[in-house]
Ligand binder design. Structure first.
Ligand code: ADP
Ligand code: MG
Length: 302
């Protein structure tokens, strides 16, 4: 996908040679930093943007040739998608249900349930324009739960949500997937992808750089370890010694050392044993790579 040149700027190739398939009933995550091309992909898949080349299908319907068939099958939360500002929260939800073919009574019933589910009761009668950004976003996400479209797309759904609500919504999304809906979401938050997604595609500058479930992605970063050590007192010269190991990350704060090492497990353990022989260690923790380490490794400029 190439965006045409804006004033005095080059055209932007926002998505470049990507190919992926999403299985029915799974939660598929597009993970990447700002500008990676995530929103562009969602806009193409949801028929909001016509790709300059390449093709995409949703449930077997080509997004360019059969946009209406695609739209009937999907629900969308995009970063800028609107709620109807002049309608109340309840009417936003009812209207959405009516638009997707529910009769009035059913739309009312589902709206009522969803308002409770999303803790929106006290705002139900307020116009969307009077709500904070975070609450508007909550209404957008709530719309996804009014009509059980087979596929849902969410662009950074958790932005502006407090951690408790976010956790609750993540639970809801998992329930929807378990009931057979397919969910495609984007995120910059690695822990979110790690907790929520069955399949993760890591993208950077318009390209796919890795894809798979968490176990497969973790294999990519085999021999990367996160090490946390707490010393009674830090032995003199430790910083220089640790730098010599060329850690990917090193932070020394009071008695605690946190580092990420790319090395064989044996070397990591020998290093720790060497340190333990010289200074009293109060706490040792070694864990395999996190999604964050993998991400840093994969997006490292070479
Ligand atoms: N309408 C547009 N016109 C020109 N460039 C755009 C437009 N929308 C996005 N881009 C550029 O395309 C790239 C990908 O953007 P986007 O898909 O929004 O990434 P993400 O959602 O991962 O942050 C960025 O370099 C962005 O500046
Ligand atoms: Mg985006």
């Amino acid at each position: 996908m190439v965006y045409p040149a804006r004033r005095r700027q080059q055209p932007v190739r926002a998505v470049n040679g990507m190919s992926f398939a999403v299985c029915r009933g799974e939660i598929f995550g597009l993970l990447g930093p700002n500008g990676a091309g995530k929103t562009t992909i969602l806009k193409i898949l949801t028929t909001l943007l016509t790709p300059t080349s390449g093709r995409a299908e949703v449930l077997g319907h080509d997004v360019v040739a059969e946009p209406l068939a695609v739209r009937r099958a999907i629900s969308i939360v995009l970063q800028e998608t609107a709620v109807e500002l002049f309608l109340s929260v309840r009417d936003n939800l009812v209207t959405y249900g009516r638009f997707h073919g529910l009769d009035h009574a059913e739309a009312q019933r589902r709206a009522g349930q969803t308002i409770e589910k999303f803790f929106l009761s006290e705002y139900a009668g307020q116009k969307a324009q009077d709500l904070s950004g975070g609450l508007r976003r909550r209404v957008q996400v709530a719309k996804m739960f009014i009509v059980p479209t087979p596929v849902m797309f969410l662009d950074e759904f958790s932005t502006g949500m407090d951690p408790i609500l976010k956790r609750t919504v993540m639970g809801y999304l998992r329930e929807e997937a378990a009931s057979g809906r397919t969910i495609v979401l984007t995120t910059q938050v690695m822990s979110e992808a790690e907790e929520l997604c069955d399949d993760i595609l890591i993208m950077h500058r318009g390209r796919s750089i890795a894809q798979g479930d968490l176990n497969k992605l973790k294999l990519l970063a085999r021999d990367v370890y996160d090490v946390t050590l707490t010393f009674e007192t830090i032995p003199p010269g430790l910083g220089g010694e640790l730098e010599a190991l060329k850690p990917q990350r090193l932070q020394i704060d009071h008695g605690t050392v946190e580092m990420t090492l790319k090395a064989q497990e044996r070397e990591v353990l020998e290093t720790i044993a060497g340190l333990a022989a010289r200074a009293r260690l109060l706490h040792v923790e070694v864990s395999g790579a996190s999604l964050e380490d993998i991400f840093v490794e994969l997006t490292k400029e070479t």
